[in-house]
Structure formats: C-alpha cells, structure tokens
Write a protein that binds this ligand. Sequence first.
Ligand code: NAG
Ligand code: NAG
Ligand code: NAG
Ligand code: NAG
Ligand code: NAG
Ligand code: NAG
Ligand code: NAG
Ligand code: NAG
Ligand code: NAG
Ligand code: NAG
Ligand code: NAG
Ligand code: NAG
Length: 586
Amino acid sequence: MNSIPILLLLLFSAILSRSSPDRFILHRPIITTTNTSSPQEYFDPSFPSVLLPAGAGDPSCSHAVLSHSFANSFGSPPVSAHLPPCNSSWSTAILDLTISSSGDQYDRIAAIWIDGAEILRTSTAEPTPSGVFWSIRKDITRYAPLLRHPTGALVSVMLENIIDETLTGVYNLNLSIHFYSNDTDDDDLPSDLLSLSPPPLHHSLFKDQPDLILPISNDNSSSGFWFRIENETDLHYKTFVIPSNTYRAILEVFISSHGDDEFWYSNPPNIYIDKNNLTTTRGNGAFRNVFITIDDKFAGSIMPFPVIFTGGINPLFWSPIVAIGAFDLPSYHLDITPFLGVLLDGEPHELGFGVTNATSFWLIDANLHLWLDPISDQVEAELIHHQAPPLVFSADAEFKKLNGTFKLGAETKVHVSGWVNSSHGNFTTDVEQKMKFKSLIFFRNNGDFKEVLMKGKLKTDVKIKDKLNVVLQRKAFKAKYPLYLVTSTLKDENSTSYTMKTNLSHSFNEKNLIVADKVVHSSSVVDTQNGFGWMRVEGHSVLDGMANTEQSYRSQDAGGCRLRKIGAKDGEILYDNSTNSCAFVW
Ligand SMILES: *[C@@H]1O[C@H](CO)[C@@H](O)[C@H](O)[C@H]1NC(C)=O
Ligand SMILES: *[C@@H]1O[C@H](CO)[C@@H](O)[C@H](O)[C@H]1NC(C)=O
Ligand SMILES: *[C@@H]1O[C@H](CO)[C@@H](O)[C@H](O)[C@H]1NC(C)=O
Ligand SMILES: *[C@@H]1O[C@H](CO)[C@@H](O)[C@H](O)[C@H]1NC(C)=O
Ligand SMILES: *[C@@H]1O[C@H](CO)[C@@H](O)[C@H](O)[C@H]1NC(C)=O
Ligand SMILES: *[C@@H]1O[C@H](CO)[C@@H](O)[C@H](O)[C@H]1NC(C)=O
Ligand SMILES: *[C@@H]1O[C@H](CO)[C@@H](O)[C@H](O)[C@H]1NC(C)=O
Ligand SMILES: *[C@@H]1O[C@H](CO)[C@@H](O)[C@H](O)[C@H]1NC(C)=O
Ligand SMILES: *[C@@H]1O[C@H](CO)[C@@H](O)[C@H](O)[C@H]1NC(C)=O
Ligand SMILES: *[C@@H]1O[C@H](CO)[C@@H](O)[C@H](O)[C@H]1NC(C)=O
Ligand SMILES: *[C@@H]1O[C@H](CO)[C@@H](O)[C@H](O)[C@H]1NC(C)=O
Ligand SMILES: *[C@@H]1O[C@H](CO)[C@@H](O)[C@H](O)[C@H]1NC(C)=O
C-alpha cells in the first residue's frame, strides 16, 4: 500500500506546537485518580437513542451480521458479510453496533455500507489498559430499499487500525441488525431499546421512504467505498443512471476530515506558514465547504459540522463522553429534484464531489434516495432555473513573525428550480440555499496562544409548488455550527514535553420547519459542549492532565421537548440529568 508511509508520518512526526490543536493519545493509568480494573462504557449523551414503533415487541428478525477484531487492518479492504432478508413483516430496522478495545490506540475512522451505500460513519474512542466499550444504535429504516432486497445484502465495515509495540489497542466489533414490526401488541417491551422520543414526523407531501437508493460511492472498494479527496482540485466523480420514472431525488452525503484538515477550522493561511518558514502542512486557512456537481453543473454545497474525534484537542475531554457526532457523524441532505430535468433521459450522468480549500484528506461518499412513480414508467421534468454564482470570499491576514490575526468570510447563495410531471401531478421544486461563514483566529505569544472563533450558518428553503405557483409544501432548514477554541502552550523546562491549556465550546444547532396544508411542524436540536482543562504532552502522548466537560442537549418536536445536562471530570460522570420538559430548570 503506497499510502502507509503517509499515515506513519502523520502518527509519528514530531509535534510542533505551532500546528496545534492536534491529535493525541491517552496514557490513562497515569492520569486517572482511581485505577479501575473493569472496562468503562463511553457514550454520546445526545438523544434520541432509537425509536421503536408503538407496540413493538420482540424483533421480527435479529441478524448477527458480523463479529470482527480490527488489529493490523490498515490497507486492507473492508470486512464483509451477508445480511439475509427479514422474511417476516417489519417496519423499523435498528443497527446495533458494539465495540470494545483495551490498551493504547489512536482514534480511528470507520464506516458501514450496505451494498456500497453508507449507513453509518463513526469514529472510535481511545482505549485504556483496563478497557473501554460503547454501543451505537441507529434507526436505519430509511435504508429499507437496501434492506428489503429479496436475496439479502452485502454489509461491509472498514476500520483501519495499526498495532505495534506502543499502539496495542485492537478494536473488537459486533454488528447486528434488528427488524421490528409495528403490528404486534406485545406488552413485553424491550426496555433497553425504548426511548422517550415520539415517532418521527410524517408530514411531507410524498411518502417518507424512498423506493430506491443508489450508492454514489467508490466502485473500487479496496480502500473503502468512500472517495478520498486530497486537495481542492481533487474532484471525484461517480457515473450513475436513474430510472426514468423518478419524481423525487435527495442526495445524502457522508463527510469526515482527517490528516492536515482534521482541525481545518484552526488552519492559518499559507502566507503565515511560508513567511515564518514553518514546516507544518496544515494550511489553506480556516474555511472548508463540500460542493456537489451534476454533469459539472454546481448542484449545492454543504457546510460540514466539525466533528472532533476522541484524540482531538484534549483527549481528556472525551472520556467517557465523546464529542458531538463522534460515534454517528452527521450526514447532510441536498434536494436535487430540480435536476431531474437533466437526469431522466436514461443515460449515464456524473455526480462530483469537491472540497473548497481542502488539504489532505477528506473521506466523502453519498446515497442517492429516489422516489419512483408507481403508475407511469416515464416522468417528464425540466430544470428551469439554475443560479449558482461563485463563492464570495474575503480574507485578511495581519501578522508579525508568529503573532497574527486572520479573518475569513465566505458566502454562497444558490437557487435552482425545476418542474416534475408525474402521476402525482406537475409540481415545481424550488431550492434556495444560503451559506454564511466567518472565522477569526488570533495567534499571540509567538504562536503559543491560539484563539479560534468560527461561525457557520446555513439556510435551505425547499418549496413545492403547483402549476398555479401555489406553495403546497415548504421545508425550511437552518443549521448553525459555532466553535470557540483556545489553546495555550507552555514548554516544560526539559523542553521535550509541554503543558497545554485547552478551552473549547462548540455547538450543533439545527432547526426544521415543514409547512404543509397550512399546518406547521417544527423540530429543533441544540447540542452544546464546553470543555476546559490542561494536559502535559510528550510527542503525541498525553502524560498528565485534568479536564471538565459539560454538555447540554435539547431537542424539541411534535412529541415534546427533551433536555439532558451531563457533566464529566477526569473520566468520571459528575451528574446526568434529563427531563421531558424544557420548562424544567435545574
Ligand atoms: C494507576 O496505575 C498506574 C500503573 O499501573 C500507576 O503508575 C499509577 O500510579 C496508578 N495511579 C493511582 C492513582 O493509583
Ligand atoms: C427468506 O426468503 C428467502 C427467499 O424466499 C429464502 O431463500 C430464505 O431461506 C428465507 N429465510 C428464512 C430465514 O426463512
Ligand atoms: C406499520 O408499518 C407499515 C409499513 O411496514 C405501514 O404501512 C403501516 O401504516 C404501519 N402501521 C402503523 C399503525 O403505524
Ligand atoms: C461480541 O460477541 C461475542 C459473542 O457473543 C462476545 O463474546 C463479545 O464479547 C462481543 N464483543 C463486543 C465488543 O461486544
Ligand atoms: C483499486 O484501488 C487500489 C488502491 O486503492 C489499487 O491498488 C487497485 O489497483 C485498484 N483496482 C482497480 C481494479 O482499479
Ligand atoms: C491534488 O491531489 C491529486 C490526487 O492526489 C494530485 O494528483 C494532484 O497533483 C494534487 N494537486 C495539487 C495542486 O496538489
Ligand atoms: C525564512 O527563511 C528565509 C530564507 O532562508 C530567511 O531569509 C528568513 O529570514 C526566514 N524567516 C524567518 C521568520 O525565520
Ligand atoms: C480558498 O477558496 C477561495 C474561493 O474559491 C479562493 O478565493 C482562495 O484563494 C482559496 N484559498 C486557498 C488557500 O486555497
Ligand atoms: C508576540 O506577542 C507577544 C505577546 O503576546 C510579545 O511578547 C512578543 O514580543 C510578540 N512578538 C513579536 C515578534 O512581535
Ligand atoms: C408543468 O408545469 C410547468 C409550470 O409550472 C409548465 O411550464 C410545464 O409545461 C408543465 N409540464 C407539463 C408536462 O405539463
Ligand atoms: C523531563 O523529562 C523527563 C523524562 O522525559 C521526565 O521524567 C521529567 O519529569 C521531565 N521534567 C519536567 C520538569 O517536566
Ligand atoms: C441534577 O439534578 C439534581 C437533582 O435531581 C440536582 O441536585 C443537581 O444540581 C442537578 N445538576 C445540574 C448540573 O443541573
């Protein structure tokens, strides 16, 4: 594998405090105040866990799909297993993943695909000698077209890991998929799977579940089904053909950033790196935007939520609470229905992915969710409006040697519109997307004090109109992903180790509004984590430190409001309060 040296270099290159924040590895026994001998459970406190259909009893089918230990899996293709179909009736499918590890190890990226379509992007916790374990449960009902294949499906799991004298943690993984039916009325509810959450909203003009899901992923899966994007000119394309009776198309994109772009929001501009003769390759400034093209036409962009992996910034923050999204990275949705006008000709078309200002590397792939006309086998469509002006970008860098102030701003506004005439009627889908990004980075103390402020806002408005231009349905989506980070580095006297103070606040805020038949349905999530602490570091190893993490999760929808507040200090949970009423104040 020609890419092995790159990763080794990444793992073992001497740390330059100038390129912090960085990824680190915990040496827990030295740090914990209580030396526990039993494995500790790690988790993402965000609700909801999983939703079972009302009255669900025992699963109709439970398939133990695969059990595998990922040791020296670097450079190996994904591990695959056959998932048989569930022949009994079912309405909800739940993915159930359990991972355990002990020893020392970096966080690793992993993904699960069904017939090449991604259903989970996840990253691992860093183990301790006494062991860690965690479970991920995800409702994968929306992938029903893949799961209902009469002969079953191929499930693939990729987790690249390296084992040597110092990196001893093997990741042991068990994957099961459970299928539940909604028409049994069994009183024996499996309480461990129940959550406080209500059933999902079903208010859209069209049915929720797609009829077909096409993987927009790498055909050569020897390095995973994802595409690896190395720089901003490194675009990746997938050729696909869609059925000519498609009346709706939503692209779901999976994204993670690694290597020099793992902490892209803190990267300084290249001029600072060059003028100071720094050796770091973490440059290109602090803005990234994933963009999608269809037949080389700009189709939309995605503002990525910066997921922090468990070795990132200060690994002591992420024990036993992991960073927002670390176990289930968010996927992003783009309504490409207006483009059906160019896609319905039964011919191959090309979907492309790129990352503005990228450095190495990004892992990206997507699923194309398609809704098919049950009556007609030929749907007519036309793209009538396509407005995608180039990104408005501003950058300002002022610095004197290693001290500096860097400002960035970026804005996009996209408007596409197209009609689709199916047996449901002739509807026009109008998609408007506005993105506004701001970043401010301060370097003081000759670069040893860094302050990063990021504010990203995205607004997407999808309107479905009839022939008379009457809006039948409006879906408004708003996302805000603010991040604030301070790192302050002090070299220790003997100069091979240093002490770093870290302070972090980040938030995942999303709001959905659906207006159909003059009825408004809204849902929102506000998930915030604050961490502060210090650590003593040698190379990439954390030798000592203290950390506090606080998280507040609030989600609101038709089923009510749920609130959870949780705090951890030095690897122990201090409090964990949750309630079903947001009026409740602790
Ligand atoms: C925990 O164990 C490690 C090694 O086994 C030891 O170095 C450390 O002092 C112990 N810590 C405490 C608080 O007992
Ligand atoms: C499910 O149905 C398929 C196709 O009819 C059949 O081959 C398979 O044996 C069935 N599986 C079970 C567990 O009954
Ligand atoms: C149960 O699930 C089926 C789909 O499998 C759906 O058609 C039906 O409406 C559901 N019933 C209830 C009561 O939710
Ligand atoms: C996986 O399943 C096997 C067999 O049930 C069990 O022994 C093992 O502990 C499980 N591992 C994890 C990580 O859950
Ligand atoms: C697939 O990609 C790997 C490298 O990731 C390469 O070695 C191999 O030749 C490729 N196979 C094909 C069929 O292109
Ligand atoms: C971008 O990455 C691709 C793929 O690794 C490489 O072929 C190309 O030379 C790179 N371009 C630049 C400008 O570095
Ligand atoms: C960077 O290197 C150049 C050429 O070696 C030298 O002239 C310059 O002074 C150096 N800059 C700094 C900030 O060290
Ligand atoms: C980042 O992207 C913007 C917009 O395309 C471009 O103007 C700018 O030069 C890029 N900066 C770098 C460092 O690639
Ligand atoms: C950088 O800023 C620090 C204070 O934060 C100051 O002591 C130092 O002299 C500054 N360095 C330069 C080159 O201006
Ligand atoms: C569908 O409606 C649009 C206007 O909303 C119209 O321009 C188009 O001709 C209609 N298509 C068909 C096939 O009727
Ligand atoms: C200096 O390094 C040695 C070994 O790396 C370590 O034992 C010692 O505690 C360090 N001293 C300070 C002041 O950090
Ligand atoms: C959690 O709830 C308990 C009482 O149930 C209360 O004493 C405590 O202060 C709460 N903690 C926080 C951080 O809200």
